[in-house]
Design a protein around this ligand. Structure first.
Ligand SMILES: N[C@@H](CCC(=O)N[C@@H](CS)C(=O)NCC(=O)O)C(=O)O
Length: 202
């Protein structure tokens, strides 16, 4: 299996951690999706030119984080989202809050770090910051003492830590309100190789 994309992408990182926690061997192609040199290859894997893409051993290619994680859980030896019931619903809802927050962090990166200054749109930036801080506050309010998954992380721990650390690495001011329970969760996660080995770098 080959994972396309860099750990700077919180979506790619989620897949890398998911695979590591399941004990799967993974090849990596750390492509930046906007790199013109890989455009042809990436477009064959994802027509929308986004990462992550997961190339399977039979040559088929999966896209969209939720769909990739669903396949990993269906075919893996360890489920990171419960198969049914209220536990599944609650785990998916935690992933939904983390993913919504992540989308806004990524949008803020494009707005402030990528868009030329003359095209900056301050009202949009302010809305993104408000949305991100809403998401971080909601995650902080429900952050677990150990992991949501108990002694070891589940899919919602992965999504939560990836969202928090994406904000930390790209726009640290986002954490200024203080999210001590999320910081502690990230600290516990970073003691584990699947998280430490995929630390995002700018
Ligand atoms: N909904 C997608 C989002 C993936 C995504 O936005 N990836 C970003 C990198 S963090 C990307 O490829 N951006 C390039 C672009 O949109 O042009 C998923 O969950 O996999």
């Amino acid at each position: 299996m080959r994972l396309i994309g860099r750990n700077l992408s919180p979506y790619v990182r989620r897949i890398a951690i998911w695979c590591a926690l399941q004990g799967r061997a993974l090849e990596r192609s750390e492509w930046a999706p906007v790199d013109p040199a890989i455009k042809g290859d990436l477009s064959r894997m994802n027509p929308v030119l986004r990462v992550p893409a997961l190339e399977l051993d039979d040559g088929s290619c999966l896209i969209e984080t939720f769909a990739i994680c669903d396949w990993l859980d269906e075919t893996g030896s360890l489920r990171l989202v419960p198969a049914a019931g209220v536990e599944r619903r609650d785990t998916l809802q935690r992933i939904a809050v983390a993913t919504s927050t992540t989308e806004k962090v990524v949008a803020l990166v494009y707005e402030t770090n990528r868009r030329p200054p003359e095209f900056h749109f301050p009202q949009w930036r302010d809305r993104l910051v408000e949305q991100i801080q809403g998401g971080l506050a909601a995650m902080e309010a429900k952050a677990p003492e150990t992991f949501y998954g108990g002694d070891s992380p589940d899919g919602s721990d992965i999504a939560t830590v990836c969202a928090y650390q994406m904000a930390e690495v790209t726009n640290p001011f986002l954490l200024e309100p203080g999210y001590p329970k999320l910081a502690a969760l990230a600290g516990r996660a970073m003691a584990l190789a699947p998280f430490a080995d995929t630390k995002p770098q700018m």
